[in-house]
Design a protein around this ligand. Structure first.
Ligand code: ZN
Length: 216
C-alpha cells in the first residue's frame, strides 16, 4: 500500500518533467540534428534517422529562421493546401529529390530527364523552367490565364517573384498549381512509367486551381 502511494506521488512530477523537457527541448534538438546533417552535406540524413517525418518535427524545422526563404511569410500564406506549401518551400530551397540531388546524396539515380526524354541532368531549374516539357506547360498556362510574357530567370525563387506583377495572388496560385502538377507528372513518369500530354496536364492544373478555390 505504501509503495503504491509513493508510486502515485511520483508519477505526476516525473510526467511533468518529461512534458517540460519534450515541450522546451524537442524543437532545439530537431534543429540541432538538422544543422548537423547540413554540415555533413546530407541535409535530411540524420533527421530521417532520429526524427522520422511528423507534423511536429516539420513545424519545428519550418519555424527555424535559418531555413527561411526571402519570401517565407508570403509562401506560408498562399491559398494552397499545407502539403503543397511545404513542397514549394522545399522547391525554393532546392531540397526536393531531383536526379541531381539524389546523385549528391550518392543514391542510385539516372542522369536523364523523364519529362523531355533527354540526357539533361534533372535539376530543379531544368525540371520546372528550362525543360522542353515545362516550357510547353508554361506556354499553355500563360495562354489559358492570359498572363503577360513570363521571364525565365536561373532560379525558381526569382521565377516566382519576378513574375508577381499584376494580380499577384492569382499568379501565386497558378504558379503553385503548375509546379505541383509538373512534379506529379515527373513522378508519374519515373515511378509509374505512364505520362500525360501537356494539354491534359493543363486541364489538371485548371481542375486543381478550381478545387483549391472551393476548399480554401
Ligand atoms: Zn527535361
Amino acid at each position: 500500500m505504501y509503495h503504491c502511494t509513493v508510486m502515485k506521488s511520483l508519477v505526476l512530477p516525473v510526467w511533468s518533467v518529461l512534458w517540460w523537457f519534450s515541450h522546451h527541448c524537442c524543437c532545439s534538438l530537431i534543429r540541432l540534428v538538422a544543422f548537423a546533417s547540413s554540415m555533413l552535406g546530407c541535409p535530411n540524413f540524420l533527421s530521417n534517422i532520429f526524427f522520422p517525418y511528423s507534423s511536429a518535427s516539420t513545424y519545428c524545422i519550418l519555424a527555424d529562421p535559418g531555413l527561411r526563404t526571402p519570401y517565407h511569410s508570403i509562401l506560408w500564406k498562399l491559398k494552397v493546401p499545407p502539403k503543397v506549401r511545404i513542397f514549394l518551400w522545399l522547391v525554393l530551397l532546392d531540397r526536393i529529390l531531383t536526379q541531381q540531388n539524389l546523385m549528391l546524396r550518392n543514391w542510385p539515380s539516372i542522369s536523364e530527364c523523364k519529362c523531355c526524354s533527354t540526357d539533361c541532368l534533372e535539376t530543379s531549374v531544368h525540371l520546372f523552367i528550362t525543360c522542353d516539357f515545362a516550357k510547353q506547360i508554361w506556354t499553355l498556362v500563360r495562354s489559358r490565364f492570359n498572363l503577360p510574357p513570363l521571364s525565365a530567370p536561373p532560379d525558381l525563387l526569382t521565377f516566382w517573384t519576378s513574375n508577381r506583377t499584376v494580380n499577384s495572388g492569382n499568379w501565386d496560385v497558378i504558379w503553385a498549381a503548375s509546379i505541383w502538377a509538373i512534379w506529379k507528372e515527373r513522378n508519374r513518369r519515373v515511378f509509374s512509367s505512364c505520362s500525360l500530354p501537356p494539354t491534359m496536364l493543363m486541364a489538371e492544373i485548371c481542375a486543381t486551381i478550381e478545387a483549391w478555390k472551393r476548399i480554401l
